[in-house]
Design a protein around this ligand. Structure first.
Ligand code: FEC
Length: 317
């Protein structure tokens, strides 16, 4: 079994931010102002742990797959060395930094991979996320003369294990609330430009995750909101989480639990947009804001990845 686990990617060092931002902007370098603003966001959070978390997810997913494969495809021969690798191989590639998706596809081709499952560390499908990851894989395969076939996991927003993993972490915040029945639970995901969201699929999927979690926990007041809209002039889907906090204060809420249901991992958009910016908004409004911890490379999230990948792999037969 071969898997390509994909995530957004982040610069390893400060000096890489400009090239990373240029890649996000499809080769157009950012203006000095935009670059300085992004550098300031990274400075405020220290650094984004996204690459390390993605690496840990890949390593643990490979271990989980090898530990649970029902049957080895063929008897294992004598191991050529002390290092153990099972028949399941997980490669990882990121959208905007090293190892780029293209580099991962190249490594897979060099290893003689014939078939693989592609999965993204993002549970909801959108034209600006999952679709773009798939395009990058297909483009890399095309450039190499189609050395292998990839089938994709398109979403897992309603996977019972995903819903349970998120609900368990929201539950931890419920214990910290003075009055859970009067608190507002906000479920956020990355905003995308309106013109990429016209079919409503992305919004419906995010809403569905929120509803499933809310139902499981019996939450009385909950809603969805959008975060991290890009610095571009076009309209992005809303309401933005900060606007929704303003509204919540006006509605008389005193406590809000924010859960970034669109992001399994911690990174800039969690540490800056929620822990810094939204927290500042909440404090200004006199709201108590609690942020649900992320899934990262925890066993329950790795188990969701293992399950969705195994099911997709089974469809090759
Ligand atoms: O920790 C880190 O350093 C990386 C955090 C990070 C994640 C992430 C996830 C998503 N994005 C999505 C859409 C867009 C669109 C644009 C865009 C721009 C940026 C910029 C930074 C950035 N994104 Fe991102 N995103 C992260 C970081 N993103 C930095 C550039 C500065 C800015 O605009 O804020 C607009 C550019 C364009 O037109 O392409 C659109 C979506 C996700 C969630 C799914 C996923 O993880 O892939 C959707 C993490």
């Amino acid at each position: 079994m071969n898997v390509l686990l994909m995530a957004y990617g982040t610069p390893y060092r400060r000096g890489e931010i400009e090239a990373y931002y240029t890649d996000i902007r499809r080769g157009r370098p950012p203006t000095k102002e935009l670059l300085e603003e992004l550098e300031e966001r990274y400075r405020l959070i220290g650094r984004s742990p996204l690459n390390e978390i993605t690496y840990a997810q890949a390593v643990r997913l490979e271990a989980a797959l090898n530990a649970t494969l029902p049957l080895y495809p063929e008897p294992l021969g004598a191991s050529p060395g002390a290092r153990v690798r099972g028949p399941a191989r997980v490669y990882h590639g990121t959208k905007h930094w090293h190892p780029f998706i293209k580099e991962a596809v190249q490594a897979m081709a060099e290893d003689g991979v014939e078939r693989a499952v592609g999965v993204v560390a993002a549970p909801h499908y959108s034209a600006r996320s999952i679709a773009e990851y798939q395009e990058k894989v297909e483009q890399a395969l095309e450039e190499l003369g189609r050395p292998f076939e990839v089938r994709y996991v398109e979403h897992y927003y309603d996977h019972p294990g995903y819903v349970q993993a998120v609900a368990a972490r929201v539950g931890e915040q419920v214990w910290r609330l003075v009055d859970p029945r009067r608190a507002l639970f906000l479920f956020t995901a990355h905003s995308i430009p309106e013109r990429a969201a016209q079919d409503g699929r992305y919004q419906q999927q995010v809403r569905a995750t929120a509803e499933l979690v809310a139902r499981r926990l019996g939450l009385q007041h909950w809603d969805t909101a959008w975060q991290s809209a890009g610095r571009t002039p076009e309209p992005w889907i809303g309401p933005d989480v900060n606007e929704r906090l303003e509204q919540a204060a006006g509605q008389g809420y005193e406590e809000v639990v924010v859960t970034a249901v669109g992001f399994p991992s911690d990174h800039l958009e969690v540490y800056y947009d929620l822990d810094h910016e939204a927290q500042a908004t909440a404090q200004r409004l006199g709201l108590r804001l609690l942020r649900t911890r992320s899934l990262n490379a925890d066993p329950d999230y790795v188990e969701v990845l293992r399950d969705v990948v195994s099911r997709r792999w089974a469809e090759f037969r």
